[in-house]
Design a protein around this ligand. Sequence first.
Ligand SMILES: Nc1ncnc2c1ncn2[C@@H]1O[C@H](COP(=O)(O)OP(=O)(O)OP(=O)(O)O)[C@@H](O)[C@H]1O
Ligand SMILES: [Mg+2]
Length: 311
Amino acid sequence: MASAHKSSCASDASAATSAAQALSAPNAGDIPAPENLPGEYKELRERFQRTTNALASAAHDLKTPLSILNGYVELLQTEKLGSLSERQRTVLRDMEASGKRLQQFVQDFLTYSALETGGLNMQFQPGNVNDCLGGVCRLWSNRFQEKGLALYFLANENLPVFPFDAPKLERVISNLLENAYKFTPQGGTVWLHVEPHMWDRRTASLPSTAERRRQDLKQPNAAKISVADTGPGIPAEFHQEVFDDFFRLSSNENEEGMGLGLSIARRLVQAMGGKIWVESDPGAGCKFSFLIPYKPIAVKPSTLSAKGKAR
Ligand SMILES: Nc1ncnc2c1ncn2[C@@H]1O[C@H](COP(=O)(O)OP(=O)(O)OP(=O)(O)O)[C@@H](O)[C@H]1O
Ligand SMILES: [Mg+2]
């Protein structure tokens, strides 16, 4: 049976040391009395935020030197500084790919810490979701082709123009497509699909007759976006945990990644007032779906938990 582990994230040595100190487990003798728990929780939360800030500033400091290095690699590839041998071109291509991957890690960590510390502002602008998704698909299509994967985008003309945060939505789709690309073996197929959806948000305080599904109102009030693949799938017992911070299945230990992509996607979707989930049977691929409401609901970042379930 598949098991899971949380990956470690290499970063600046001093920041990592302070992170380890800040998060180290207490001895049995240190367990606080019940009346002190709220104070202890507050202190831990503050320590966690300070640690996240320290790691974010280390990640931020990596950004500039990294883009300079990537810039020099690009300059060398133009051969303006001298012609290259085939071997040198291959080395530069590898350097370029690694540089881009590192940039992605840094970007992921910065987004993660912005979400964790409440520093992320949502910007909802009316737009066409089909155009936004089509644009992300085009960015990925070459990589899919190179790996021998088919990528299909099924747009839907019935979607209205509604306000959404396009860069954050692109980020969610990219994270899902990246996983589909990474985990689906050569020859597989990936579908990106969008459709109008009638989302009934049920709350305990609503009398049941007020629920939209009981009023026979069929007007869609949300966009449902799905990324489905023909990869190895995810066992049912991990369908919640895959959205936790730093969670990875041990079956994909050889693949690169920090286990942050889905937790970032979940927080971004929740910050848009939506929800995300996965359906999958091992061996039969995965389908990740999320809803974003046509009327955005501002959700305070502090209410987005580190675990797969919203608080
Ligand atoms: N499409 C998929 N098919 C199979 N397993 C998946 C798929 N998407 C996610 N998973 C599983 O969920 C885990 C968490 O995904 P997540 O995107 O958060 O992390 P990652 O891809 O390992 O690393 P990162 O996104 O930080 O580069 C993955 O490591 C993998 O085990
Ligand atoms: Mg990922």
